[in-house]
Structure formats: structure tokens, C-alpha cells
Design a protein around this ligand. Sequence first.
Ligand SMILES: [Zn+2]
Length: 108
Amino acid sequence: MSKAIYCDKCINEIKVRDDLVTATYVFVVVPYHEECYAKDLKGAKTFFLDNQPLNGFSGNLFFLFSIILAIIWCFIAEPSLKWLSLFAITPIGYRLYSYLIYERHIEK
Ligand SMILES: [Zn+2]
């Protein structure tokens, strides 16, 4: 069930959950070491790399916020505008993907 997760920058294995940072890079979820993520954020990838990590406290908060927003929007929006809640569902999808593909494979 457990599989090795390799950092997108230095190609080394990420062994501890605390050291894992996932972020979207041109719509693709990529895993990083915390340190490597910080380096890439300042590097050439900065225009495409999302500076908001998917995991960790801020990611989880954003995830929760997106769910609430999607639900509220479904109730209050005009019927013709309900499709806009899809925009709130996108980060929810990324967050779940990050967890299923990377986070659950790494020990805490
Ligand atoms: Zn790394």
C-alpha cells in the first residue's frame, strides 16, 4: 500500500509527512520537500508554481472554505449561476488528489 514519493526538484525520496509540500504546477499536483518548494518558488518556476501549498494548515483551511463556499453558493445563487460553484470544487479536487496520491503514502 505504501509507495515511495519523490521530490519533483531534487528527485530524492520524501520520507516524512511534515517534509512534504504539494502544490499545483501548471494544473498538475507535484510533491516537494519543504526546502525544495521554497527554492522553486523563488526560482524560474515561480510564474507557474502555485505559492499556496495544497497540504498543511493553510491548504486544509482553504479546502474547508471551498467546501463551505460551494454549498452556500448552491443555495443562494440564481439557478443560471449555480455552475460557478464548479470553481470552488476545483480546489477540493486538487486537495483530495494530493492526499490520495501523495500524502497517505508517507508516514507522519
Ligand atoms: Zn527535494
